[in-house]
Design a protein around this ligand. Sequence first.
Ligand code: NAD
Length: 357
Amino acid sequence: MSTTKNPVLITGGAGFIGSNLADRLASDGHDVLIFDALRRPGVERNLRWLQARHPSRISAVTADLRDERALAEAARDAKAVFHLAAQVAVTTSMVDPVEDFEVNIRGTLALLEAVRRRGRRTPVIFASTNKVYGDLADVPLELVDDAYAPVDPAIRAQGVSEARPLDFHTPYGCSKGAADQYVLDYARSFDLPTAVLRMSCIYGPRQMGTEDQGWVAHFLIRALNGEPITIYGDGRQVRDVLFVADTVQAYVSAWERIEQVKGRAFNLGGGAANAISLRQLVAHIEHLIGRKVEVSYGDWRAGDQRYYVSDTRAARQTLGLAEPTGWKRGVALLADWLRAEKGGLPEAAETPSVEAA
Ligand SMILES: NC(=O)c1ccc[n+]([C@@H]2O[C@H](COP(=O)([O-])OP(=O)(O)OC[C@H]3O[C@@H](n4cnc5c(N)ncnc54)[C@H](O)[C@@H]3O)[C@@H](O)[C@H]2O)c1
């Protein structure tokens, strides 16, 4: 447990995005308290890495979001809360919707209540997902260069904005969407300074991509290991990918501007300039590693969007974000990290998925 008086609390701080955020905040001079059940295989490595880099700044509690007492204790003296811990995979939520509910909805509500009861207006920033917009089946698409593209020129140019109606699909979509709405409502109903970042596909170092979540890292891990990749759907589905350092900057900016952005949700991704199909990523990986990758195709998965690209104008303008890292450069940086970590990562799983948000 922390000995620090007023740390920044990061739930899920040992995870991919959380550990990158913790590293940034500790480097900026903040004390950071990580609350993480270490449920994701391999994330204990992230925690050890953080503690070695920032021995006096990082402390950690290994506990589950469903342990309300431990959560309230961790939140008690926090000067800000970044809520990233979650049941993160659509696939898992289809197998056990009740656990998904308990972790993602009850866990979020317990955290909000713990903060509210302290009565200090502690900022809470929540990691939401593009899945709150559903499968976007009503957006007409056409194939352009082997990738889905919206027929509507406005969506094609800018992507999906926050004005898009919410439409929760899959238990994961429901639980993250409900949590997203609770976090926003705590600004309305209780004047808590809260904000929500609805992320598209985030990728980068410290991502333990598995069959269920984290497809950019997962494809790279499989390819670097000389293993085949299974794509669910036809591989022409498009996502805008955002490098993790740019993601972390958005979280930090949201905290810095919390009074300005409280009660708001922002779509956060790489935007139209970093929109790629799965096939494009595989082709680029082949180019990077200098050999062919064996690819097979499986059925589409529940709630899978053929196309999702974030309209990032609101986030970029309001949070003052710079041009994001280009996807080819970012993927090369991730490949470098994976090569350096080789041998230390969990076994690559058999069946990669694109359910990455
Ligand atoms: N990576 C993406 O592309 C993406 C996209 C959209 C939304 N998100 C959201 O961002 C957040 C972080 O995602 P990530 O990619 O870093 O995932 P991650 O799995 O690397 O990190 C999540 C962390 O939460 C921890 N955790 C899981 N269940 C827990 C529980 N019951 N109690 C306490 N800790 C628990 C895990 O051990 C892990 O360290 C999640 O809320 C996820 O839904 C991620």
